[in-house]
Design a protein around this ligand. Structure first.
Ligand SMILES: Cc1ncc(COP(=O)(O)O)c(C=O)c1O
Length: 390
């Protein structure tokens, strides 16, 4: 696993405060919306700026003489971090690109079926719909939103949806709407018994939860590197297991680069991926996961006592990590998000699960407990005002 040698306790606030000094932050607000993208730690930001400046002075000379070799070094670092071969990894600009590239290459037959769910990322659902139209495929859309399903229920829901024509299940590892972790490996193992492929959207789980790609038991995985790994914006990854590459190309490819998805793109953010891996590993994914869960439980336990607060993320702490979603009876999620920012300079975001609007709250490893205390105090005050006015 992606761990340093040392265990850093999740409640060792002295260490985590020391660590937070390595991240830039705005003095204007508390950022509790760390789900959209990460923040580059100072060493990663410095490296990015250095690469950009070097590449800008060398221009095409860099691209023609040094880029290929440098790209390979980054891919080798990524391969080690992911626990796969570098030939199985294609660097993309984001998960959407990883995801949009793959179904075009997949050897579908007319009438094949794709299973996906209403909780998947909206642009992913759109891509699936477009591919189905272009390739004359059938779609099965599962309704999972706002249902209190156990992991076992989820496995059997997906299993029951499989028919003789099903080729692919689209599966989101960690839901962006409420932070719920789906039992991807269990669903993928079940799907394999039915000869169904699983494509995992691991945009949010990668470098957030402590696992390596083979642990997902899936031949196709898309990842964002600009979220929890803390690599520059505009970096993502596509993994296709080596044994599946040949059927994805006209020429029987043995290296994912032969699938030919990538054109010219900005090299500096790609080079800085290696620096992000180094920085991330100096902390350790396991330590990061435990600290993030500790922080989300820290604010949750203080607000859970209020009867007006509704949780939209499973109670079991192992079924989520940094991201959680709540709503407050009698106050719209929109009002809560506006109030937190305008009255308390706390930045959160509204997400929608089915028809339900929720407030998504996402600390990062650099978030202090004092910041979370401010969140708790602000929400308690809002609830008190609401009670007074009722
Ligand atoms: C679960 C999930 N999938 C896909 C995406 C899309 O990522 P990107 O816009 O970087 O392609 C996101 C972005 O937040 C996400 O949370």
């Amino acid at each position: 696993m992606n761990q340093t040698n040392s265990l850093i306790a999740a409640d060792n606030d002295e260490y985590w405060t020391y660590l937070s000094a390595h991240f830039p932050s705005s003095p204007a607000f508390i950022n509790l919306e760390n789900g959209y993208c990460g923040v580059l730690a100072h060493p990663v930001l410095n490296a990015l700026q250095r690469y950009q400046s070097e590449i800008n002075s060398e221009s095409s000379y860099f691209l023609r003489t040094r880029w290929k070799e440098q790209l390979l070094l980054v891919k080798l670092a990524l391969a080690k971090f992911c626990g796969v071969d570098s030939n199985e990894l294609l660097i993309t600009r984001n998960l959407t690109e990883s995801f949009a590239s793959y179904p075009h290459a997949y050897p579908f037959k007319i009438g094949d079926e794709i299973i996906y769910a209403d909780i998947d990322y909206d642009s992913v659902q759109q891509i699936v719909t477009n591919i189905a139209k272009a390739k004359k495929l059938a779609l099965i859309r599962l309704s999972i939103a706002n249902q209190a399903l156990s992991d076992e229920d989820l496995v059997s829901l997906y299993e029951q949806a499989i028919t003789a024509n099903t080729r692919i299940i689209i599966l989101t590892h960690l839901l962006h709407r409420n932070g719920q972790i789906l039992p991807v490996a269990k669903i993928a193992q079940m799907a394999r018994r039915h000869q169904v492929d699983v494509f995992v959207d691991a945009a949010h789980s990668f470098a957030h939860l402590d696992y390596q790609l083979p642990d997902l038991a899936s031949d196709f995985v898309g990842v964002n590197l600009h979220k929890w790994l803390g690599a520059p914006l505009g970096t993502g990854l596509l993994f296709i297991r080596r044994e599946r590459l040949a059927e994805m190309s006209a020429t029987g490819a043995s290296d994912i680069e032969e699938l030919g998805f990538a054109g010219t793109f900005a090299p500096a953010p790609v080079l800085a991926i290696a620096d992000a891996i180094c920085f991330h590993q100096s902390i350790g994914t396991s330590n990061i996961e435990h600290r993030l869960r500790h922080l989300s439980q820290y604010w949750l336990q203080q607000l859970n006592q209020l009867p007006e607060i509704r949780q939209h993320t499973p109670d079991d702490p192992q079924r989520s990590c940094a991201i959680r979603a709540i709503s407050i009876d009698g106050i719209s999620a929109n009002e809560v998000v506006d109030y937190l920012m305008s009255e308390h300079q706390i930045f959160t975001v509204l997400r929608t699960i089915g028809e339900q609007d929720v407030v998504r709250i996402t600390p990062h490893v650099f978030t202090s407990k004092a910041a979370l205390d401010r969140l708790v105090m602000a929400i308690k005050k809002l609830v008190a005002i609401q009670r007074f006015n009722a």
